[in-house]
Design a protein around this ligand. Structure first.
Ligand code: HEM
Length: 369
């Protein structure tokens, strides 16, 4: 089904099913053996319905790993097929471009203001609640420089699609990962209500922070050292504009268009690619005694990173929420594009990459003129 037709169908379903979509779900979404896991449709026992375990692209819906609304299993997820298409097609155009990258960063800047310390005090804290596209002041903060365009694009969607800002923003985050070939299929949960409050300032890390401060900030968000190191691997598809404006548009690794582990190896060992820009924080985390082992774990180790990143991003996308109150709509997520079959002599082949994009992201691509 082409994007426009799919979007139309999903929009019709969306308006027909204008009813609350929150419902209790599985007992423990982080436990792959949880018998109440609504995922696991592929039966590979890893608690999701992705066939990463045997390396195949799942046969979801159309045979190209693209679940279709006509095969929806949870009625409460039906409206989210249209939301998926609006984001993956209407905004990302099926590709790992500026909007997809910005959406991943935005997910972190929205959720990363969550603080266990503030929560314990009963003070207003951040959360994965979409306040970045709901409160007009947050995006004007210096720490959020560069996110204005994606915020402007996503902000109207809650009203247009009848979905909460948190669901829009964090679906955009997990779809942004998937838009990048190699990006894993992070579980997609929905059912967040209106944002809790304006997020507090000064919680997000910046590249000048020493490693102990970075560790403290991530621990206060509830992340382990390993999760922090896995999460910053999102820089695999990132570019900088404001840290060194003279090098605006330089990327954090030499393969910015794919979600691979080159970021880890190049940050730890350096690269001769003049277009690569390394953040001080990433270099410091790669070399610091308390983080080095975790950082080096992922060099040349995409499977470990995929698994850890999926778990950490899911945790990030639900910060501040009791996940048992949310709804697992991972069924809307297309399959990850597996880089292994696209790699020749250790390098992703551009022709194979484009062919895979055409095949597995077909409904959302904009035909070239
Ligand atoms: C130590 C923690 C982190 C620091 C200090 C940091 C800092 C930065 C900085 C300074 C930029 C460049 C902004 C610009 O100049 O345009 C950036 C970009 C980016 N960051 Fe991070 N970041 C951190 C963690 C994360 C995490 C946890 C994620 C997501 C899971 C993430 C995702 C991204 C992405 C995708 C970009 C590229 C955005 C684009 O290309 O438009 N970052 N980050």
């Amino acid at each position: 089904m082409r994007f426009s037709a799919s979007l139309l169908l999903a929009s019709l379903v969306l308006s027909a099913l204008a009813k609350p979509y929150w419902r209790r779900q599985e007992t423990d979404p982080t436990d792959p053996t949880d018998p109440t896991d609504p995922g696991g449709a592929d039966g590979d026992g890893d608690g999701d319905d992705d066939t990463d375990a045997d390396g195949n692209v799942p046969n979801l819906g159309d045979g190209n790993g693209i679940p279709d609304v006509s095969n929806a299993t949870n009625p409460q997820c039906v409206p989210f097929y249209g939301v998926r298409d609006a984001i993956l097609g209407g905004i990302f155009q099926g590709r790992c471009g500026d909007s997809a990258r910005a959406a991943v960063r935005l997910a972190f800047h929205d959720a990363g203001t969550f603080s266990l310390a503030l929560q314990a005090l009963g003070d207003p804290t951040g959360a994965a609640d979409g306040s970045m596209i709901w409160d007009p002041t947050e995006v004007t903060r210096t720490e959020n420089n560069g996110l204005q365009t994606i915020v402007g694009i996503l902000a109207p969607l809650p009203a247009q699609l009848g979905v909460s800002p948190g669901d829009i923003l964090h679906l955009a985050g997990v779809l942004g990962v998937l838009a990048c070939p190699g990006g894993p299929r992070v579980d997609a949960f929905v059912g967040r209500g209106l944002p809790l409050n304006t997020a507090p300032t000064g919680r997000l890390p910046n590249p000048d922070d020493p490693v102990p401060l970075l560790l403290a900030k991530f621990a206060d968000m509830s992340f382990s050292v390993r999760s922090m190191v896995a999460l910053i691997g999102a820089h695999t598809s990132g570019k900088q504009r404001f840290v060194d404006p003279a090098r605006n548009g330089s990327s954090f690794d030499s393969t910015v268009d794919v979600w691979d582990v080159d970021f880890y190896g190049e940050t730890a060992h350096g690269t001769s690619d003049p277009n690569v820009f390394m953040l001080d924080s990433d270099v410091n985390i790669a070399g610091n005694a308390s983080t080095k082992a975790e950082f080096h774990r992922y060099i040349h180790n995409q499977p470990d990173w995929d698994e850890d990143y999926r778990a950490a991003h899911f945790q990030m996308s639900t910060l501040g929420y009791n996940v048992t109150t949310l709804i697992n709509c991972t069924e809307i997520m297309p399959a990850s594009i597996n880089l292994t079959t696209l790699t020749i002599n250790g390098t992703v082949d551009p022709t194979l990459l484009e062919a895979a994009t055409q095949k597995y992201r077909a409904p959302w691509l904009v035909p070239s003129s």
